[in-house]
Design a protein around this ligand. Structure first.
Ligand code: FES
Length: 620
């Protein structure tokens, strides 16, 4: 107790009895409640923490928080209790004290109106609880689509040492001898059932087997994408951190290793804002393109980058597109390819991929251990073997030559739109001109898509409005961008059509789907909001073009006309003209503050420059 000025009189460890100011440097002394008497605040804090049985010896060690996101509604996080045990072992073997605490947990299928609606709430919960509690570092356990982005966003803003721990992918299941897995095969088989090509008994049997173990969806969906991106950012162990299955012993050893890394990061005070740089995000975008990652990954990476004061505004859709032109798609996983996350793990995982991508990566980017990415990769000394070359193609024999994810612009998407070109089923649709069939929101889609009298053919362009960040009726940018093929066309064998929306699509889905059109249709100035059935639309991926073949004058006339309907001076024609009513609670906050897709769908006040947002008491 070298800093005890009353060493002779104070009992050992009774630091609340010191007659000098408490230095809020680390451990239990940081972030004390403000009663006007910090010694009393520390005394009281120790009273309560001792109710849990901790000794002064334990409390004097680096305190490593562990964010517990277990939830009975989140099967992707079902292994969190085991991961906590293993992470605690790693912390305590290396001289720290591990204390777990909860934050909210978000699963795709149990989050109404959408999980994206709750992502920013989870990021705020994560940020504020890390800041509020006396942790010297924090392990954040996440896995399901929105949880890892939320934790990275919150962790960067909290800016204490933060170490993601991924729950890991589920194992594939089996149906009639074929491997299957959530959720690409959920969608393929459901489409086959809708088209009358699968019996009701078979779709019921598939329902039992598509998610056969705990863990995240086993293809290159959003969860896997964000796990790989987190590895590219240097925030998790290179080997196995992204790919080890949720139910494997390797996953538990990753948890133990993360515990050890957390103690080291706490002692070095290695924070995300110190580690992450433009180079880290360059690597994240390179990996996103090389894995044929989820389009959702784009929104999340933009939101994560914009939380970082030194990177804010520098990671853009244009940068994603530029990097895409240099980066081939190498990883043969569904939905762009044929395999599952367990195959990627068995093929060598991230070290194998990064070794392939070496010429395209910024190897001087720093990682959570303090090593550069290049040093971490050298230490792995990965050597290819037959399976690794099969699952992770060489640069000169890629699955798709470049630009797996493409950014489109044009009068229909002045602020951008994206398409996962590598997941297109009919490649001719990547350069297509067709007549629009417009649906004003999801309910209108549900009412009309299977109407036998719907005027639609295989060359039509299906346009869904009102599913952007704010949306016509419900906020949260639902994953409804995979507009179903009209039943009468599916029955004739049509498997893909050009489809457009301002919404998102599950990373596990495929097709010729343009997403994230911005500005979204709910905004009065949106061009997407005034598209009419019968208008011609051109999508040319090579030219990066998304265009409405309507004159500028007519577009402006329609926008002006719609503004009158929105403000009530003209009669509404339907959901696209709904006047927005002020809303209370979190939804009200969301609708007032959410940004558009090209800015990450974060809240404006949470970004690194969020203080510029005019508040009740402040000026920008
Ligand atoms: Fe959680 Fe797919 S639903 S990862």
């Amino acid at each position: 107790m070298a800093d005890n000025q009353n060493e002779d009189s104070a009992p050992p460890h009774a630091d609340y009895l010191l007659d000098r100011p408490i230095q809020p440097v680390r451990g239990m002394r940081q972030g004390l409640p403000n009663y006007g008497d910090p010694h009393f605040a520390l005394f009281l804090r120790k009273v309560f923490i001792k109710a849990l049985g901790y000794s002064e010896d334990a409390l004097g060690r680096p305190i490593i928080g562990i964010v517990n996101t277990f939830s009975g509604f989140n099967p992707c996080h079902a292994n969190v209790p085991q991961l906590i045990d293993a992470a605690k072992r790693g912390v305590q073997l290396h001289g720290g004290l591990a204390i777990d605490f909860p934050t909210i947990s978000v699963h795709e299928s149990f989050s109404s109106p959408t999980s994206m609606f709750l992502r920013n709430l989870m990021s705020m919960d994560t940020e504020e609880m890390i800041k509020a509690q006396p942790v010297d570092a924090c392990i954040v356990i996440g896995g399901c689509d929105k949880t890892v982005p939320a934790q990275l966003m919150g962790g960067i803003s909290a800016n204490k040492p933060v170490l993601p721990l991924i729950t890991g992918p589920m194992m594939p299941g089996s149906f009639q001898g074929e491997r299957i897995g959530a959720c690409t095969d959920c969608r393929n088989n459901w489409a086959a059932y809708r088209g009358g090509n699968l019996e009701i008994e078979d779709i019921a049997a598939l329902n039992e087997e598509l998610a056969p173990t705990a863990g995240t969806c086993g293809v290159m969906g959003t969860a896997s994408t964000m796990a790989c991106v987190t590895a590219a950012l240097g925030m998790i162990p290179l080997r196995g951190g992204a790919t080890a299955p949720a139910v494997s012993s390797a996953r538990l050893r990753i948890a133990e290793q993360t515990g050890a890394n957390a103690v080291a990061a706490a002692l070095a005070k290695r924070t995300p804002q110190e580690i992450l740089s433009e180079a880290s995000f360059h690597n994240a975008l390179t990996v996103l393109q090389a894995i044929g990652g989820s389009t959702n990954g784009i929104v999340h990476i933009l939101a994560i980058a914009n939380r970082h004061p030194a990177v804010h505004g520098k990671i853009t859709l244009d940068l994603l597109d530029d990097i895409g032109r240099q980066t081939p798609l190498l990883v043969d996983l569904k939905p762009s390819g044929n395999n599952y996350m367990t195959d990627l793990h068995n093929a060598g995982g991230m070290p194998a991929l990064f070794e392939r991508l070496r010429p395209l990566l910024k190897l001087d980017a720093v990682t959570i251990t303090g090593q550069t990415l290049g040093e971490a990769l050298d230490a792995e000394n990965f050597r290819p073997f037959p399976l690794s070359s099969q699952i992770i193609r060489p640069l000169d024999n890629p699955l798709y030559p470049a630009s797996s994810l493409v950014v489109l612009r044009g009068n229909l998407a002045p602020d951008g739109a994206v398409i996962k070109a590598s997941a297109s089923k009919y490649r001719n649709l990547l350069n297509h001109r067709g007549k629009a069939v417009v649906f004003a929101g999801p309910q209108n889609l549900a009412n009309r898509i299977d109407d036998p009298n719907l005027e639609v053919d295989a060359d039509s362009v299906l346009v869904l409005q009102g599913i952007g960040p704010i949306g016509f009726l419900n906020p949260g940018m639902p994953e409804a961008g995979l507009i179903p093929i009209p039943r009468k066309l599916a029955a004739k064998g049509v498997g893909d059509m050009l489809r457009l929306s301002d919404g998102r699509m599950s990373g596990t889905a495929g097709g010729s789907i343009v997403l994230h059109i911005s500005p979204e249709a709910a905004l009065p100035e949106s061009v997407l909001g005034i598209v009419q059935t019968g208008d011609y639309i051109v999508c040319d991926v090579e030219k990066r073009l998304l265009s409405l073949e309507v004159s500028d004058d007519e577009i402006q006339r329609r926008i002006a006309d719609r503004k009158q309907r929105l403000d009530g001076t003209k009669e509404s024609r339907g959901p696209a003209d709904r006047r927005r009513q002020p809303t209370r609670g979190y939804r009200g906050l969301y609708e007032r503050c959410v940004t558009q897709a090209q800015d990450g769908v974060d809240f404006d006040f949470l970004a690194a420059d969020g203080a510029r947002v005019v508040g009740k008491f402040g000026q920008p």
